[in-house]
Ligand binder design. Structure first.
Ligand code: TZP
Length: 212
């Protein structure tokens, strides 16, 4: 399993990013201006669309030196030789994904509470996503908002690298890093923004500032 720099984790959403072309443009600009990992997340897509966009994203991100993570679709991750997958609690269990992916791919797992954290197999996954920390309209079926205080509790209990997710915008990052997050994952703070380089750099600078 490879180490992953979770610092600024962009989750691409086709609705917010403008479909295939919008996601490629967003990924390119964001990768050039501070994003350290990109996830493709498209719950409504069919396999052919997944394969087409994931293939193009992988080629583009390889050029930028940024790893691609595929949300949920283990077969697509294998087909395009992505860095790994991100699994939700209702997706394939980590045990099954690890068996299919082998030892060298990254596996991330969404967690939202102490029970999820306790159920995360430390020997099989590489990182956890924790949230939604704040209210979000990007994922309508998200778990209940946990808030900063509960996020801090989960950071105290975690045994794996963790990325905060959910409603995170510029100006909200320092407390998350100080609570123990290894990085922040964002969708709408980058996807659909008019000046992707500017917003990406601002988020990246904020993370560096919080760590200093
Ligand atoms: N998982 C938990 S919240 C969320 C996901 C995919 C959406 C986060 O989107 P945004 O726009 O950064 O609030």
């Amino acid at each position: 399993m490879n180490p992953l720099d979770l610092s600024l984790y962009l989750v691409l959403d086709p609705d917010l990013c403008g479909g295939h072309n919008g996601m490629l443009d967003t990924a390119r600009l964001a990768a050039r201006h501070g994003v350290t990992v990109v996830q493709l997340r498209a719950p409504k897509w069919k396999k052919r669309q997944w394969l087409q966009t994931a293939t193009a994203l992988k080629a583009l991100l390889d050029q930028e030196g940024v790893p691609l993570i595929i949300n949920d679709q283990v077969d697509i991750a294998l087909a395009v030789d992505a860095a790994g997958v991100h699994l939700g609690q209702a997706d394939l269990p980590p045990e099954t994904a690890r068996r299919l992916l082998g030892p060298n791919k990254i596996i991330g797992l969404s967690t939202s509470n102490v029970a999820h954290l306790g159920g995360a197999p430390l020997d099989l996954i590489d990182y956890i996503g924790v949230g939604p920390v704040y209210a979000t309209t990007t994922k309508l079926d998200a778990e209940p908002v946990i808030g900063l205080e509960q996020f801090g509790v989960l950071m105290g209990a975690k045994r794996l690298p963790a990325v905060a997710i959910g409603g995170i915008k510029a100006g909200m990052i320092a407390p998350l890093i100080k609570a123990g997050a290894d990085g922040v994952a964002v969708v709408s703070a980058i996807c659909g923004q008019t000046d992707i380089p500017l917003v990406t750099r601002a988020l990246s600078d904020e993370i560096a500032g919080a760590r200093a």
